[in-house]
Design a binder for this molecule. Structure first.
Ligand SMILES: Cc1cc2nc3c(=O)[nH]c(=O)nc-3n(C[C@H](O)[C@H](O)[C@H](O)COP(=O)(O)OP(=O)(O)OC[C@H]3O[C@@H](n4cnc5c(N)ncnc54)[C@H](O)[C@@H]3O)c2cc1C
Length: 421
């Protein structure tokens, strides 16, 4: 992250700017939306198509789970995640208002617009908490997770807390569940005898969000340039899709290329340490459909070897994930991963054995060596990257930081005349 405090509110710039954004994934679309709403001229370059993105954002499960993450991640991830939990509902409201207000322009672009109706059936953003369960032989894992969670939460330094991440009452955020309570929350989990209910966690229907953002970007007249891989420099985006590279000049360039911004080892200058190297962390997920099971929130299964989650999506779809392998290999899912995910899923509820496999996806999470995100700026260029497995968890805070850094870069310098002595 930058030096900017995560409390800082970006002050919108009054003069419209000409902004070029590289990468039409999660950060690129959210940044383009926020900037176009402020009246800036935005061009968004994407190496693939906007309708079928190839970025990690499309493969992701869309969980917004700061509490689950606190156990394995540094505290700033939790603090930023809690702040994101405040921003997401506001953004979702703005998104819905924008869609309603722009219905006419969207109709002109032939975008189907029955969103309000669809949203009432299955919410785009849901804050219904998440459940962590374990089979009896793995209760030690669950106890350890609970103990780690409690210890991490109590270690939060009061002087570094945001309002939302104020030293939390453990009991207010984490509920110990017995079999009866689990059966009330999730009837499909009634055979589990113990679990934890993380009451504040949320999840987002990520693919629908990305599609909605695309519709809005069209309505806001963002210049959408697809099938066009680019390179970024201060003030310049160079398109690489033809034999002749073409340079486009902007007041500022925002680099949101995720793993596409990876610099090869031999290109790293001597002053850049390992910490700054971007790497891919392979993740494999299954999407299944089952009409026999209903879940109302994400569920995690504690297991000594693989930690499985199931995230319910509309139309009785479920995303099952995810492996985490230190590799940027994008080849198809391995048989072993498929077997592990499928068999763990079966133990959550045997009715999943009749589920149909709709999709097997593989992607790589863009991560720096310390797994922390970074927003870095210099005159004419802002780079936001390294969201690792926390893209949906952190993107509101990261995008606010991008906007705030843009404001600082573009603010005219005020000179104070010094008296001549
Ligand atoms: C299996 C899996 C599960 C995940 N689950 C979750 C989850 O539950 N919750 C969560 O918070 N996060 C999750 N994540 C992480 C999240 O998906 C990423 O952190 C997030 O997508 C990163 O956003 P980004 O915009 O930086 O990159 P991306 O989403 O990868 O977008 C980058 C975009 O840039 C484009 N691009 C690349 N190179 C170029 C170029 N040269 N020119 C133009 N365009 C280019 C790409 O095509 C892509 O569209 C998961 C990730 C994976 C892989």
């Amino acid at each position: 992250m930058s030096n900017h405090s995560i409390h800082e509110k970006p002050t919108p710039l009054t003069t419209p700017l000409n902004i070029g954004i590289a990468g039409g994934g999660l950060l690129g679309r959210l940044s383009a939306w926020q900037l176009a709403r402020q009246g800036h001229d935005v061009a968004l370059f994407e190496s693939h198509t906007f309708d079928h993105p190839k970025g990690a954002c499309w493969t992701a499960a869309g969980m917004i789970s700061p509490l689950s993450e606190i156990v394995h991640c540094p505290l700033p991830i939790y603090e930023m995640g809690m702040r994101s939990l405040e921003i997401w509902p506001r953004w979702m409201q703005t998104l819905q208002n924008d869609l309603n207000n722009m219905a006419d322009s969207l109709a002109e672009t032939n975008t189907p617009l029955k969103f309000a109706h669809l949203d009432s059936e299955h919410s785009l953003y849901r804050q219904a908490g998440s459940l962590v369960v374990a089979h009896p032989q793995d209760w030690a894992e669950l106890s350890q997770f609970r103990a780690d969670l409690k210890q991490k939460l109590s270690s939060l330094n009061p002087s570094h807390q945001t309002a939302s991440a104020a030293r939390p009452q453990f009991e207010a955020r984490i509920e110990d569940c017995n079999q009866q309570r689990l059966a009330v929350l999730e009837p499909a989990l009634e055979h589990f005898q113990q679990g934890l209910y993380l009451t504040q966690e949320a999840d987002i229907d990520n693919r629908r969000l990305l599609n909605r953002l695309l519709s809005l970007l069209k309505a806001l007249n963002v210049n959408l340039i697809e099938n066009t891989p680019v390179m970024c420099e201060p003030h310049i985006i160079t398109t690489l899709h033809s034999n002749r590279p073409t340079a486009h000049t902007f007041d500022c360039v925002i680099d949101c290329r995720g793993l596409g911004a990876q610099v090869k080892n031999d290109e790293l200058s001597a002053d850049r340490t390992c910490k700054h190297m971007l790497r891919g962390v392979r993740g494999e997920v299954l999407m299944v459909q089952s009409s026999e099971i209903t879940l109302n929130r994400p569920v995690r299964l504690m297991h000594p070897r693989y930690k499985l989650y199931v995230v319910p999506k509309p139309n009785q779809h479920f995303v099952i994930g995810a492996t985490e392998i230190e590799s940027d290999d994008m080849s198809p899912m391995s048989l072993q991963s498929n077997l592990e995910l499928s068999s763990a899923l079966y133990t959550i509820n045997p009715a999943f054995s009749e589920a149909r496999i709709i999709e097997q996806s593989v992607n790589c999470r863009p991560a720096f060596m310390d797994n922390l995100p970074r927003v870095q700026s210099q005159d004419g260029l802002i780079s936001a990257n390294g969201l690792y497995r926390h893209g949906y968890l952190l993107s509101p805070v990261i995008v606010e930081d991008v906007l705030s850094q843009l404001t600082s870069l573009m603010r005219p310098t005020t000179f104070h005349a010094q008296p001549i002595s």
